[in-house]
Design a protein around this ligand. Structure first.
Ligand SMILES: [Fe+2]
Length: 376
């Protein structure tokens, strides 16, 4: 790399600045900047724009698993002519894949659905820091990675909340209006959740460790295990269904799964919805736990220009509306108007305020606690 830069410098000197056209000189300087930027492992918007003009495809590693996103991607391709090649897997599987691919990874953009996984990916150095005025303007500071001289690594695109859903004939709302109450002996035999080791649960428990300490969290986890109506299994939608049928009295779910069922016109979903109620947990205390979908440019992105273009598209009004109106998540761009009856019906609520870093750092301990108390 140093050799190439030296050769360029030599050429510039030999030709002489005065003898070169202004445009040609700019091109040389831009190329040098790109080379220097790449050699230090960071890129800026200006550099990317000069890096390549023929990037017509993009490799997206995504942990999102929502059919509604198809339209989001096809709209981007329609607008830009950039084709998106998608690799979809769980956060963990993508993380392991990126690690094993190393410098040869074809990933351009990495999209994950859990804040602590974004933090972990950043810590492993799998993202390339970027500077983007647009992303910084559109995304609140607390919903993106800390910025240093090299830029930011990941950017939140949507938020979602972990809420409580209950069977109206089996449970009194006042008995289950906090995460803590779910572990209270009064709710014995009523609680269902997905596996405690799923990222959505680990982030919640990681937050709890931060807010209430290790000992209290262990007691909570033990209480949850002894209150289970059945062993943890299935995803969030399965839990809601089991609450509606009465197999379980109460559960935890990400907000968009409930919203999806609330929107459904299928008679069986409507019957299900008539049996259940929902609660924004911990409104009088620590607030409701929230998580994010976020993305960043991959460290060795072969198409950095297309990657940045895609990242910036994801915070456009159009893309943010897709997230809010089609997958029932909250837009991170606050000026975007929600045109989603269900989100409006879910109303406003107070959110938990735990730094992503703390939530992520506590995950190992969270898993240790789960193993200790037998929370599967
Ligand atoms: Fe999900």
């Amino acid at each position: 790399m140093i050799l190439i830069i030296d050769r360029m410098k030599f050429r510039l000197l030999r030709k002489g600045y005065r003898k070169m056209s202004h445009r040609k000189f700019q091109q040389h300087i831009s190329f040098l900047i790109v080379l220097v930027g790449c050699s230090f492992g960071f890129i800026t918007n200006a550099q990317i724009n000069t890096a390549s003009s023929s990037e017509k495809e993009l490799n997206l590693y995504s942990a999102r698993h929502y059919q509604t996103d198809e339209l989001l991607y096809s709209e981007f391709t329609k607008k830009t002519g950039i084709k998106i090649n998608r690799i979809e897997a769980s956060d963990n599987a993508l993380f392991e894949r990126l690690k094993s691919e190393g410098n040869k990874s074809p990933a351009d953009v990495i999209m994950l659905v859990d804040a602590s996984r974004l933090w972990k990916t950043e810590n492993e150095g799998l993202f390339k820091p970027i500077h983007s005025k647009l992303l910084e303007e559109r995304i609140p500071e607390n919903l993106r990675s800390k910025k240093d001289n090299y830029g930011s690594t990941w950017f939140g695109l949507t938020t979602r909340a972990r809420m409580i859903v209950y069977n109206k004939s089996k449970v009194k709302p006042s008995d289950i209006d906090t995460y803590e109450k779910l572990a209270n002996p009064m709710n014995k035999g009523l609680v269902c959740t997905r596996s405690g080791s799923h990222p959505y649960m680990l982030s919640l428990i990681g937050s709890m460790i931060e807010l209430r300490g290790e000992k209290a969290t262990e007691e909570w986890a033990r209480g949850m295990v002894s209150n289970m109506a059945r062993s943890p299994k299935g995803g969030d939608t399965d839990q809601i269904k089991s609450v509606a049928t009465g197999e379980c009295g109460v559960t935890l779910t990400n907000s968009y799964y409930l919203a999806r069922l609330m929107k459904s016109s299928k008679p069986e979903d409507q019957t299900m919805m008539s049996n259940i109620g929902f609660i924004w947990p911990n409104q009088q205390t620590t607030g409701t736990h929230i998580n994010i979908t976020g993305a960043g440019v991959a460290k060795n992105a072969p198409h950095p220009k297309a990657a940045l273009e895609f990242m910036e598209y994801l915070v456009s009004d159009e893309a943010q509306k897709y997230f809010a109106n089609r997958n029932n998540e909250w837009a991170v761009v606050k000026t975007v108007e929600v045109e989603n009856d269900v989100l409006i019906k879910l109303g406003n609520f107070i959110t938990e305020n735990v730094p992503v870093e703390a939530m992520a750092k506590n995950q190992k301990l969270a898993q240790k606690i789960l193993d200790k108390v037998g929370y599967r």
